[in-house]
Write a new protein. Structure first.
Length: 581
Protein backbone atom coordinates (compact mmCIF):
# COMPACT_ATOMS: atom_id res chain seq x y z
CA UNK A 1 0.00 0.00 0.00
CA UNK A 2 2.85 2.41 0.92
CA UNK A 3 6.24 1.97 -0.67
CA UNK A 4 9.46 3.90 -0.01
CA UNK A 5 12.24 3.27 -2.53
CA UNK A 6 15.65 4.69 -1.55
CA UNK A 7 14.08 7.97 -0.39
CA UNK A 8 16.16 10.93 0.78
CA UNK A 9 14.83 14.39 1.67
CA UNK A 10 16.97 17.52 1.87
CA UNK A 11 15.35 20.78 2.94
CA UNK A 12 16.36 24.12 1.48
CA UNK A 13 19.44 25.53 3.21
CA UNK A 14 20.33 22.22 4.88
CA UNK A 15 23.79 20.77 4.28
CA UNK A 16 22.71 17.17 4.94
CA UNK A 17 19.53 15.20 4.14
CA UNK A 18 17.00 14.95 6.97
CA UNK A 19 16.39 11.32 6.01
CA UNK A 20 18.61 9.23 3.77
CA UNK A 21 18.13 5.96 1.91
CA UNK A 22 14.73 5.07 3.40
CA UNK A 23 13.52 1.83 1.85
CA UNK A 24 10.57 -0.10 3.27
CA UNK A 25 6.99 -1.13 2.57
CA UNK A 26 3.79 -0.91 4.60
CA UNK A 27 1.41 -3.70 3.52
CA UNK A 28 -2.30 -3.09 3.18
CA UNK A 29 -4.25 -3.54 6.40
CA UNK A 30 -1.30 -3.23 8.81
CA UNK A 31 -0.41 -0.76 11.52
CA UNK A 32 3.25 0.20 11.30
CA UNK A 33 4.74 2.26 14.12
CA UNK A 34 7.53 4.68 13.22
CA UNK A 35 9.98 4.90 16.13
CA UNK A 36 13.15 6.85 16.86
CA UNK A 37 14.65 9.70 18.88
CA UNK A 38 13.57 13.28 18.24
CA UNK A 39 15.07 14.84 15.13
CA UNK A 40 15.68 11.67 13.09
CA UNK A 41 13.08 12.58 10.45
CA UNK A 42 9.90 10.75 11.46
CA UNK A 43 7.63 13.68 10.58
CA UNK A 44 9.42 14.02 7.24
CA UNK A 45 8.69 10.38 6.39
CA UNK A 46 5.02 10.84 7.33
CA UNK A 47 4.81 14.03 5.27
CA UNK A 48 6.22 12.24 2.23
CA UNK A 49 3.30 9.78 2.31
CA UNK A 50 0.66 12.53 2.12
CA UNK A 51 2.62 14.59 -0.42
CA UNK A 52 3.14 17.47 2.00
CA UNK A 53 6.85 16.73 1.56
CA UNK A 54 8.05 18.29 -0.67
CA UNK A 55 4.99 19.99 -2.28
CA UNK A 56 4.16 22.04 0.84
CA UNK A 57 7.38 22.03 2.86
CA UNK A 58 9.77 22.58 -0.03
CA UNK A 59 13.11 20.85 -0.32
CA UNK A 60 14.23 18.02 -2.58
CA UNK A 61 12.90 14.47 -2.48
CA UNK A 62 15.03 11.81 -4.14
CA UNK A 63 13.83 8.28 -4.68
CA UNK A 64 10.19 7.30 -4.94
CA UNK A 65 7.19 7.18 -2.61
CA UNK A 66 4.01 5.51 -3.84
CA UNK A 67 0.64 5.22 -2.08
CA UNK A 68 -1.92 2.86 -3.61
CA UNK A 69 0.15 3.06 -6.77
CA UNK A 70 0.23 6.88 -6.91
CA UNK A 71 3.63 8.56 -7.02
CA UNK A 72 3.66 11.42 -4.49
CA UNK A 73 6.16 13.37 -6.60
CA UNK A 74 3.59 13.73 -9.39
CA UNK A 75 0.45 13.78 -7.21
CA UNK A 76 -0.07 16.79 -4.97
CA UNK A 77 -1.74 16.43 -1.54
CA UNK A 78 -5.19 17.32 -2.90
CA UNK A 79 -4.83 14.52 -5.47
CA UNK A 80 -4.13 12.05 -2.66
CA UNK A 81 -6.88 13.27 -0.33
CA UNK A 82 -9.29 10.48 -1.26
CA UNK A 83 -6.69 7.87 -0.33
CA UNK A 84 -4.66 9.38 2.53
CA UNK A 85 -5.93 10.97 5.73
CA UNK A 86 -3.33 12.89 7.76
CA UNK A 87 -3.31 14.18 11.34
CA UNK A 88 -0.24 16.18 12.35
CA UNK A 89 1.08 17.19 15.76
CA UNK A 90 -0.91 20.45 15.73
CA UNK A 91 -4.68 19.87 15.36
CA UNK A 92 -5.45 23.60 15.11
CA UNK A 93 -3.46 23.92 11.90
CA UNK A 94 -5.81 21.41 10.24
CA UNK A 95 -9.15 22.97 11.19
CA UNK A 96 -11.05 24.89 8.51
CA UNK A 97 -14.50 25.25 10.13
CA UNK A 98 -15.79 26.58 13.44
CA UNK A 99 -17.68 23.72 15.11
CA UNK A 100 -17.08 20.04 15.81
CA UNK A 101 -19.83 18.68 13.55
CA UNK A 102 -18.89 20.94 10.63
CA UNK A 103 -15.24 19.89 10.90
CA UNK A 104 -16.17 16.20 10.80
CA UNK A 105 -18.21 16.80 7.65
CA UNK A 106 -15.81 19.09 5.80
CA UNK A 107 -13.55 16.40 4.30
CA UNK A 108 -16.54 14.51 2.91
CA UNK A 109 -17.98 17.71 1.43
CA UNK A 110 -14.69 18.31 -0.36
CA UNK A 111 -14.91 14.83 -1.88
CA UNK A 112 -18.53 15.35 -2.94
CA UNK A 113 -20.10 12.55 -0.91
CA UNK A 114 -23.93 12.40 -0.73
CA UNK A 115 -25.53 14.17 2.29
CA UNK A 116 -27.08 10.93 3.57
CA UNK A 117 -23.68 9.24 3.65
CA UNK A 118 -22.14 12.28 5.35
CA UNK A 119 -24.79 12.34 8.05
CA UNK A 120 -24.37 8.65 8.86
CA UNK A 121 -20.58 8.83 9.02
CA UNK A 122 -20.61 11.94 11.22
CA UNK A 123 -22.88 10.18 13.72
CA UNK A 124 -20.70 7.06 13.67
CA UNK A 125 -17.54 9.08 14.31
CA UNK A 126 -19.13 11.13 17.09
CA UNK A 127 -19.96 7.88 18.88
CA UNK A 128 -16.62 6.18 18.13
CA UNK A 129 -14.54 9.00 19.62
CA UNK A 130 -16.88 10.09 22.41
CA UNK A 131 -17.53 13.46 20.76
CA UNK A 132 -21.35 13.42 20.75
CA UNK A 133 -21.65 15.81 23.74
CA UNK A 134 -19.38 18.27 21.92
CA UNK A 135 -21.00 18.21 18.48
CA UNK A 136 -22.19 21.85 18.59
CA UNK A 137 -19.20 23.24 20.46
CA UNK A 138 -16.95 25.84 18.78
CA UNK A 139 -13.53 24.30 18.16
CA UNK A 140 -11.84 27.24 19.87
CA UNK A 141 -13.53 26.37 23.19
CA UNK A 142 -12.26 22.78 23.29
CA UNK A 143 -9.32 21.53 25.30
CA UNK A 144 -6.19 20.42 23.46
CA UNK A 145 -7.10 16.75 23.84
CA UNK A 146 -10.65 17.31 22.62
CA UNK A 147 -9.28 19.16 19.58
CA UNK A 148 -7.00 16.23 18.86
CA UNK A 149 -9.93 13.80 18.90
CA UNK A 150 -11.82 16.05 16.48
CA UNK A 151 -8.79 16.18 14.18
CA UNK A 152 -8.61 12.38 14.17
CA UNK A 153 -12.34 12.14 13.56
CA UNK A 154 -12.17 14.58 10.63
CA UNK A 155 -9.84 12.23 8.73
CA UNK A 156 -11.82 9.11 9.65
CA UNK A 157 -15.15 10.25 8.18
CA UNK A 158 -14.01 10.15 4.51
CA UNK A 159 -12.93 6.50 5.09
CA UNK A 160 -9.42 6.82 3.62
CA UNK A 161 -7.50 3.67 2.75
CA UNK A 162 -4.38 5.03 4.45
CA UNK A 163 -4.06 6.93 7.75
CA UNK A 164 -0.91 8.89 8.57
CA UNK A 165 -0.78 9.96 12.22
CA UNK A 166 1.90 12.07 13.92
CA UNK A 167 1.72 11.80 17.74
CA UNK A 168 -2.04 11.05 17.73
CA UNK A 169 -2.31 10.45 21.50
CA UNK A 170 0.07 13.16 22.72
CA UNK A 171 -2.67 15.41 24.11
CA UNK A 172 -5.11 12.69 25.15
CA UNK A 173 -5.79 11.47 28.66
CA UNK A 174 -5.10 7.74 29.17
CA UNK A 175 -8.73 6.65 28.75
CA UNK A 176 -9.25 8.74 25.61
CA UNK A 177 -5.97 7.44 24.18
CA UNK A 178 -7.11 3.85 24.69
CA UNK A 179 -10.42 4.63 22.96
CA UNK A 180 -8.68 6.17 19.93
CA UNK A 181 -6.19 3.31 19.65
CA UNK A 182 -9.02 0.77 19.90
CA UNK A 183 -10.76 2.56 17.01
CA UNK A 184 -7.57 2.43 14.94
CA UNK A 185 -7.16 -1.27 15.68
CA UNK A 186 -10.74 -1.89 14.59
CA UNK A 187 -10.14 -0.01 11.32
CA UNK A 188 -7.01 -2.05 10.65
CA UNK A 189 -8.47 -5.45 11.55
CA UNK A 190 -12.04 -5.08 10.30
CA UNK A 191 -11.77 -2.66 7.37
CA UNK A 192 -8.22 -3.28 6.16
CA UNK A 193 -7.15 0.34 6.70
CA UNK A 194 -3.38 0.90 6.49
CA UNK A 195 -1.93 2.99 9.31
CA UNK A 196 1.53 4.57 9.53
CA UNK A 197 1.96 6.25 12.90
CA UNK A 198 4.73 8.03 14.80
CA UNK A 199 4.37 8.20 18.58
CA UNK A 200 6.83 8.92 21.39
CA UNK A 201 4.67 7.41 24.13
CA UNK A 202 5.48 3.83 23.22
CA UNK A 203 3.92 2.49 26.42
CA UNK A 204 0.56 3.35 24.88
CA UNK A 205 0.96 2.04 21.35
CA UNK A 206 3.65 -0.63 21.02
CA UNK A 207 1.22 -3.52 21.64
CA UNK A 208 -1.01 -2.40 18.74
CA UNK A 209 1.73 -2.41 16.08
CA UNK A 210 2.10 -5.17 13.50
CA UNK A 211 5.57 -3.92 12.60
CA UNK A 212 7.97 -1.26 13.88
CA UNK A 213 10.02 0.93 11.54
CA UNK A 214 13.02 2.10 13.57
CA UNK A 215 15.19 5.12 12.77
CA UNK A 216 18.01 4.63 15.31
CA UNK A 217 19.80 7.96 14.74
CA UNK A 218 20.08 10.77 12.16
CA UNK A 219 21.52 9.45 8.92
CA UNK A 220 21.32 5.78 9.93
CA UNK A 221 19.42 3.20 7.88
CA UNK A 222 15.82 2.42 8.75
CA UNK A 223 15.20 -1.00 10.32
CA UNK A 224 11.92 -2.89 9.99
CA UNK A 225 10.77 -5.80 12.12
CA UNK A 226 8.35 -7.03 14.75
CA UNK A 227 7.85 -4.91 17.88
CA UNK A 228 9.79 -7.43 20.00
CA UNK A 229 12.73 -7.47 17.56
CA UNK A 230 12.94 -3.69 17.34
CA UNK A 231 12.56 -3.05 21.07
CA UNK A 232 15.58 -5.28 21.66
CA UNK A 233 17.80 -2.86 19.69
CA UNK A 234 15.94 0.45 19.88
CA UNK A 235 17.50 3.44 21.68
CA UNK A 236 13.98 4.46 22.78
CA UNK A 237 11.70 2.06 24.63
CA UNK A 238 8.80 2.17 27.12
CA UNK A 239 9.11 1.45 30.88
CA UNK A 240 7.84 -2.13 30.48
CA UNK A 241 10.74 -2.88 28.13
CA UNK A 242 13.19 -1.03 30.39
CA UNK A 243 12.04 -3.15 33.34
CA UNK A 244 12.35 -6.29 31.21
CA UNK A 245 15.93 -5.39 30.29
CA UNK A 246 16.75 -4.74 33.94
CA UNK A 247 15.25 -8.06 35.05
CA UNK A 248 16.87 -9.98 32.19
CA UNK A 249 13.59 -11.24 30.72
CA UNK A 250 13.71 -12.78 27.26
CA UNK A 251 11.87 -12.19 25.07
CA UNK A 252 11.19 -8.68 26.27
CA UNK A 253 7.61 -8.00 27.39
CA UNK A 254 5.59 -5.41 25.47
CA UNK A 255 2.49 -5.31 27.66
CA UNK A 256 1.77 -4.96 31.36
CA UNK A 257 -0.04 -8.30 31.30
CA UNK A 258 2.97 -10.12 29.87
CA UNK A 259 5.32 -8.47 32.35
CA UNK A 260 3.10 -9.28 35.35
CA UNK A 261 3.23 -12.96 34.44
CA UNK A 262 7.02 -12.90 34.67
CA UNK A 263 7.40 -10.55 37.65
CA UNK A 264 7.06 -13.06 40.51
CA UNK A 265 10.79 -13.50 41.05
CA UNK A 266 11.40 -9.74 40.77
CA UNK A 267 8.73 -9.06 43.41
CA UNK A 268 10.48 -11.50 45.73
CA UNK A 269 13.83 -9.72 45.22
CA UNK A 270 12.13 -6.40 46.03
CA UNK A 271 10.19 -7.71 49.02
CA UNK A 272 10.95 -5.75 52.17
CA UNK A 273 12.69 -2.96 50.28
CA UNK A 274 11.37 0.60 50.22
CA UNK A 275 11.23 2.72 47.06
CA UNK A 276 13.55 5.71 47.04
CA UNK A 277 11.47 8.78 46.24
CA UNK A 278 13.16 10.66 43.39
CA UNK A 279 10.62 13.47 43.42
CA UNK A 280 11.64 16.74 45.11
CA UNK A 281 10.34 17.34 48.59
CA UNK A 282 8.21 20.40 49.12
CA UNK A 283 9.46 23.08 51.45
CA UNK A 284 7.90 22.95 54.87
CA UNK A 285 7.60 25.61 57.49
CA UNK A 286 10.91 24.83 59.18
CA UNK A 287 13.58 24.13 56.55
CA UNK A 288 12.29 25.71 53.42
CA UNK A 289 14.35 25.81 50.27
CA UNK A 290 13.36 29.30 49.34
CA UNK A 291 13.23 30.19 45.68
CA UNK A 292 13.57 33.66 44.26
CA UNK A 293 10.78 35.74 45.77
CA UNK A 294 8.57 38.00 43.72
CA UNK A 295 9.91 41.56 43.80
CA UNK A 296 7.97 44.58 44.95
CA UNK A 297 6.68 46.44 41.93
CA UNK A 298 4.66 49.63 41.75
CA UNK A 299 2.59 48.21 38.94
CA UNK A 300 1.36 45.37 41.18
CA UNK A 301 -1.47 45.34 43.62
CA UNK A 302 0.80 43.87 46.29
CA UNK A 303 4.28 42.45 46.66
CA UNK A 304 6.27 39.80 48.49
CA UNK A 305 9.67 40.32 49.99
CA UNK A 306 12.57 38.06 50.90
CA UNK A 307 16.12 37.14 50.03
CA UNK A 308 16.75 37.00 46.30
CA UNK A 309 19.21 34.77 44.50
CA UNK A 310 21.18 36.70 41.86
CA UNK A 311 20.57 35.05 38.54
CA UNK A 312 21.99 37.35 35.92
CA UNK A 313 23.86 35.48 33.24
CA UNK A 314 23.66 32.10 34.99
CA UNK A 315 22.14 28.97 33.51
CA UNK A 316 19.99 26.58 35.54
CA UNK A 317 22.73 24.03 36.12
CA UNK A 318 24.67 26.61 38.10
CA UNK A 319 21.75 27.54 40.34
CA UNK A 320 22.11 26.21 43.86
CA UNK A 321 19.54 25.92 46.66
CA UNK A 322 19.68 28.66 49.24
CA UNK A 323 18.42 27.63 52.63
CA UNK A 324 16.75 30.21 54.77
CA UNK A 325 15.00 30.05 58.14
CA UNK A 326 11.49 31.50 58.02
CA UNK A 327 10.27 33.99 60.56
CA UNK A 328 8.46 32.13 63.35
CA UNK A 329 4.72 32.08 62.88
CA UNK A 330 4.81 32.81 59.15
CA UNK A 331 3.53 30.53 56.39
CA UNK A 332 5.46 30.43 53.15
CA UNK A 333 3.14 30.06 50.15
CA UNK A 334 3.91 30.63 46.50
CA UNK A 335 0.23 30.67 45.55
CA UNK A 336 -3.13 30.37 47.27
CA UNK A 337 -6.51 29.69 45.66
CA UNK A 338 -9.72 29.98 47.64
CA UNK A 339 -13.24 29.00 46.51
CA UNK A 340 -12.26 29.57 42.87
CA UNK A 341 -14.92 29.11 40.21
CA UNK A 342 -14.64 29.96 36.53
CA UNK A 343 -17.54 29.97 34.10
CA UNK A 344 -16.78 30.44 30.41
CA UNK A 345 -19.79 30.93 28.13
CA UNK A 346 -22.09 28.03 29.09
CA UNK A 347 -19.31 25.89 30.55
CA UNK A 348 -18.52 25.61 34.25
CA UNK A 349 -14.78 25.15 33.78
CA UNK A 350 -13.81 25.26 37.49
CA UNK A 351 -16.00 24.84 40.55
CA UNK A 352 -14.99 25.85 44.09
CA UNK A 353 -11.27 25.07 43.95
CA UNK A 354 -9.20 25.44 47.14
CA UNK A 355 -5.47 25.05 46.65
CA UNK A 356 -2.14 26.06 48.17
CA UNK A 357 1.26 25.81 46.47
CA UNK A 358 4.46 25.99 48.52
CA UNK A 359 8.07 26.72 47.53
CA UNK A 360 9.93 23.68 46.22
CA UNK A 361 6.72 21.77 45.55
CA UNK A 362 6.22 19.85 42.30
CA UNK A 363 2.57 19.13 41.52
CA UNK A 364 1.15 17.06 38.65
CA UNK A 365 -2.32 18.27 37.66
CA UNK A 366 -4.17 15.39 36.01
CA UNK A 367 -7.63 14.46 34.78
CA UNK A 368 -9.63 13.79 31.65
CA UNK A 369 -9.55 16.11 28.65
CA UNK A 370 -11.75 19.09 29.45
CA UNK A 371 -11.51 18.61 33.22
CA UNK A 372 -10.27 22.20 33.72
CA UNK A 373 -6.50 21.74 33.98
CA UNK A 374 -5.51 24.41 31.44
CA UNK A 375 -8.14 26.79 32.81
CA UNK A 376 -6.62 26.50 36.29
CA UNK A 377 -3.13 27.22 34.93
CA UNK A 378 -4.42 30.17 32.93
CA UNK A 379 -6.14 31.55 36.02
CA UNK A 380 -2.91 31.31 38.03
CA UNK A 381 -1.09 33.29 35.34
CA UNK A 382 -3.82 35.92 34.97
CA UNK A 383 -5.12 34.97 31.51
CA UNK A 384 -8.51 34.00 32.94
CA UNK A 385 -10.41 36.06 35.53
CA UNK A 386 -12.14 34.20 38.36
CA UNK A 387 -15.93 34.26 38.26
CA UNK A 388 -15.95 33.87 42.04
CA UNK A 389 -13.28 33.25 44.65
CA UNK A 390 -9.73 34.56 44.91
CA UNK A 391 -6.30 33.75 43.47
CA UNK A 392 -3.05 35.11 44.92
CA UNK A 393 0.39 34.42 43.47
CA UNK A 394 3.33 35.96 45.28
CA UNK A 395 0.91 38.21 47.12
CA UNK A 396 -0.66 39.55 43.92
CA UNK A 397 -3.92 38.84 42.14
CA UNK A 398 -2.74 37.71 38.68
CA UNK A 399 -5.62 39.11 36.60
CA UNK A 400 -5.15 42.54 38.24
CA UNK A 401 -1.37 42.64 37.99
CA UNK A 402 0.53 44.34 35.17
CA UNK A 403 2.63 41.97 33.02
CA UNK A 404 5.89 43.63 34.08
CA UNK A 405 5.23 42.62 37.70
CA UNK A 406 3.58 39.28 37.00
CA UNK A 407 6.41 37.89 34.87
CA UNK A 408 8.65 37.75 37.96
CA UNK A 409 5.99 35.98 40.02
CA UNK A 410 4.67 33.29 37.70
CA UNK A 411 5.52 31.93 34.27
CA UNK A 412 3.50 29.65 31.98
CA UNK A 413 4.83 27.42 29.22
CA UNK A 414 1.61 26.76 27.25
CA UNK A 415 0.51 23.57 25.52
CA UNK A 416 1.66 25.07 22.23
CA UNK A 417 5.09 26.60 23.01
CA UNK A 418 5.07 28.63 19.80
CA UNK A 419 2.33 30.77 21.36
CA UNK A 420 5.18 32.40 23.30
CA UNK A 421 7.52 32.69 20.31
CA UNK A 422 7.01 35.63 17.99
CA UNK A 423 10.48 36.67 16.81
CA UNK A 424 12.28 35.54 13.64
CA UNK A 425 15.37 34.17 15.39
CA UNK A 426 16.41 32.52 18.64
CA UNK A 427 18.61 35.53 19.43
CA UNK A 428 15.70 37.95 19.03
CA UNK A 429 13.51 35.79 21.29
CA UNK A 430 16.20 35.82 23.97
CA UNK A 431 16.71 39.59 23.75
CA UNK A 432 12.97 40.17 24.13
CA UNK A 433 12.83 37.75 27.09
CA UNK A 434 15.68 39.55 28.87
CA UNK A 435 13.99 42.90 28.29
CA UNK A 436 10.62 41.67 29.59
CA UNK A 437 12.28 40.11 32.64
CA UNK A 438 14.37 43.24 33.27
CA UNK A 439 17.42 41.05 33.70
CA UNK A 440 21.00 41.20 32.45
CA UNK A 441 21.35 40.65 28.68
CA UNK A 442 22.47 37.10 27.99
CA UNK A 443 20.44 35.45 30.76
CA UNK A 444 17.99 33.76 28.37
CA UNK A 445 20.75 32.84 25.92
CA UNK A 446 22.68 31.09 28.72
CA UNK A 447 19.60 28.98 29.44
CA UNK A 448 19.24 28.14 25.75
CA UNK A 449 22.88 27.02 25.63
CA UNK A 450 22.14 24.52 28.40
CA UNK A 451 18.78 23.35 27.08
CA UNK A 452 19.53 23.47 23.34
CA UNK A 453 23.25 23.00 22.81
CA UNK A 454 24.25 23.67 19.23
CA UNK A 455 21.25 25.84 18.30
CA UNK A 456 22.55 29.01 16.66
CA UNK A 457 21.35 32.57 17.18
CA UNK A 458 19.99 32.88 13.63
CA UNK A 459 17.79 29.74 13.85
CA UNK A 460 14.11 30.49 13.26
CA UNK A 461 11.88 29.09 16.06
CA UNK A 462 9.58 27.48 13.50
CA UNK A 463 12.54 25.40 12.23
CA UNK A 464 12.94 23.79 15.66
CA UNK A 465 11.37 20.45 16.57
CA UNK A 466 8.49 20.28 19.05
CA UNK A 467 10.88 19.42 21.85
CA UNK A 468 13.29 22.20 20.90
CA UNK A 469 10.49 24.77 20.80
CA UNK A 470 9.46 23.65 24.29
CA UNK A 471 13.02 24.14 25.53
CA UNK A 472 13.20 27.63 23.96
CA UNK A 473 9.85 28.64 25.48
CA UNK A 474 11.02 27.34 28.85
CA UNK A 475 14.20 29.42 28.61
CA UNK A 476 12.11 32.50 27.74
CA UNK A 477 9.94 31.99 30.84
CA UNK A 478 12.84 31.13 33.15
CA UNK A 479 14.75 34.30 32.24
CA UNK A 480 12.61 36.10 34.83
CA UNK A 481 13.18 33.35 37.44
CA UNK A 482 9.50 33.19 38.48
CA UNK A 483 8.92 31.49 41.86
CA UNK A 484 5.97 29.63 40.31
CA UNK A 485 6.49 27.76 37.04
CA UNK A 486 3.45 26.35 35.19
CA UNK A 487 3.71 23.89 32.30
CA UNK A 488 0.82 22.65 30.16
CA UNK A 489 1.48 19.19 28.64
CA UNK A 490 5.26 19.71 28.65
CA UNK A 491 6.15 16.30 27.18
CA UNK A 492 4.20 16.61 23.91
CA UNK A 493 6.65 15.82 21.14
CA UNK A 494 9.44 14.71 23.52
CA UNK A 495 11.18 11.37 23.28
CA UNK A 496 12.34 9.54 26.41
CA UNK A 497 15.81 11.13 26.41
CA UNK A 498 14.37 14.64 26.07
CA UNK A 499 11.85 13.86 28.82
CA UNK A 500 14.69 12.74 31.11
CA UNK A 501 16.49 16.05 30.49
CA UNK A 502 13.29 17.95 31.32
CA UNK A 503 12.86 15.96 34.54
CA UNK A 504 16.45 16.77 35.54
CA UNK A 505 15.91 20.47 34.87
CA UNK A 506 12.67 20.64 36.85
CA UNK A 507 14.27 18.86 39.80
CA UNK A 508 17.07 21.42 39.75
CA UNK A 509 14.50 24.22 39.79
CA UNK A 510 12.53 22.64 42.64
CA UNK A 511 15.77 22.25 44.61
CA UNK A 512 16.27 26.03 44.43
CA UNK A 513 12.77 26.63 45.78
CA UNK A 514 10.75 27.09 42.60
CA UNK A 515 7.22 25.74 42.86
CA UNK A 516 6.22 23.76 39.77
CA UNK A 517 2.76 22.77 38.60
CA UNK A 518 2.39 20.81 35.38
CA UNK A 519 -0.82 19.75 33.71
CA UNK A 520 -0.11 16.41 32.11
CA UNK A 521 -1.61 13.20 30.78
CA UNK A 522 1.81 11.57 30.93
CA UNK A 523 1.47 9.21 33.88
CA UNK A 524 5.11 8.16 33.58
CA UNK A 525 6.23 11.79 33.95
CA UNK A 526 4.04 12.22 37.04
CA UNK A 527 5.50 9.06 38.57
CA UNK A 528 9.06 10.18 37.84
CA UNK A 529 8.79 13.80 38.91
CA UNK A 530 5.84 14.76 41.10
CA UNK A 531 5.53 14.18 44.81
CA UNK A 532 1.97 15.51 44.83
CA UNK A 533 -0.85 14.77 42.36
CA UNK A 534 -4.14 16.65 42.00
CA UNK A 535 -6.93 14.98 40.01
CA UNK A 536 -9.61 17.16 38.43
CA UNK A 537 -12.99 16.01 37.12
CA UNK A 538 -15.54 18.39 35.62
CA UNK A 539 -13.78 21.35 37.18
CA UNK A 540 -13.60 19.94 40.70
CA UNK A 541 -10.74 18.49 42.73
CA UNK A 542 -11.49 14.82 43.36
CA UNK A 543 -8.10 13.81 44.79
CA UNK A 544 -5.10 15.68 46.17
CA UNK A 545 -2.24 13.85 47.85
CA UNK A 546 1.14 12.15 47.50
CA UNK A 547 1.79 10.74 44.04
CA UNK A 548 2.26 7.21 45.31
CA UNK A 549 -1.19 7.30 46.92
CA UNK A 550 -3.16 9.04 44.18
CA UNK A 551 -1.88 7.50 40.96
CA UNK A 552 -1.48 3.93 42.21
CA UNK A 553 -5.11 3.90 43.33
CA UNK A 554 -6.30 4.82 39.82
CA UNK A 555 -6.19 2.20 37.02
CA UNK A 556 -6.19 4.99 34.42
CA UNK A 557 -3.36 7.05 35.90
CA UNK A 558 -1.10 4.32 37.32
CA UNK A 559 2.31 4.00 35.59
CA UNK A 560 3.39 0.72 34.01
CA UNK A 561 5.80 -0.29 36.77
CA UNK A 562 3.09 0.23 39.39
CA UNK A 563 0.72 -2.06 37.50
CA UNK A 564 3.39 -4.72 36.97
CA UNK A 565 4.68 -4.88 40.55
CA UNK A 566 1.41 -4.28 42.45
CA UNK A 567 0.60 -4.62 45.31
CA UNK A 568 4.13 -3.39 46.01
CA UNK A 569 4.31 0.40 45.69
CA UNK A 570 6.94 0.94 43.00
CA UNK A 571 6.41 3.75 40.50
CA UNK A 572 9.44 3.86 38.20
CA UNK A 573 12.21 1.67 36.80
CA UNK A 574 14.68 4.07 38.40
CA UNK A 575 13.34 3.20 41.85
CA UNK A 576 13.59 -0.52 41.10
CA UNK A 577 17.12 -0.19 39.75
CA UNK A 578 18.29 1.64 42.89
CA UNK A 579 16.68 -0.94 45.18
CA UNK A 580 18.15 -4.06 43.57
CA UNK A 581 21.41 -5.37 45.09
Amino acid sequence: MIRFEDVSVTYDGASEPTVRGVDFEVPEGELVLLVGPSGVGKSTILGAVSGLVPHFTGGTLRGRVTVAGRDTRTHKPRELADVVGTVGQDPLSHFVTDTVEDELAYGMESLGLPPTVMRRRVEETLDLLGLAPLRDRPLATLSGGQQQRVAIGSVLTPHPRVLVLDEPTSALDPAAAEEVLAVLQRLVHDLGTTVLMAEHRLERVIQYADQVALLPAPGEALLLGTPAEMMAVSPVYPPVVDLGRLAGWAPLPLTVRDARRRAGELRERLSGRTPVDDAPAAADGETASQGPPAPDDESCTSGAGGNSIPAEGRAFRRWRPRRSRPTPGTTHLTAEVQALSVRRARIQALNHIDLTIRPGETIALMGRNGAGKSTLLNTLVGLVEPSTGTVHVGGAQPHRTAPQGLVRRVGLVPQEPRDLLYADTVAAECRAADTDAQTTPGTCRALVDDLLPGVTDDTHPRDLSEGQRLALALAVVLAARPPLLLLDEPTRGLDYAAKARLVHLLRELAATGHAIMLATHDVELAAELAHRVILLAEGEVIADGPAADVITSSPSFAPQVSKILAPQRWLTVTQVRKALP
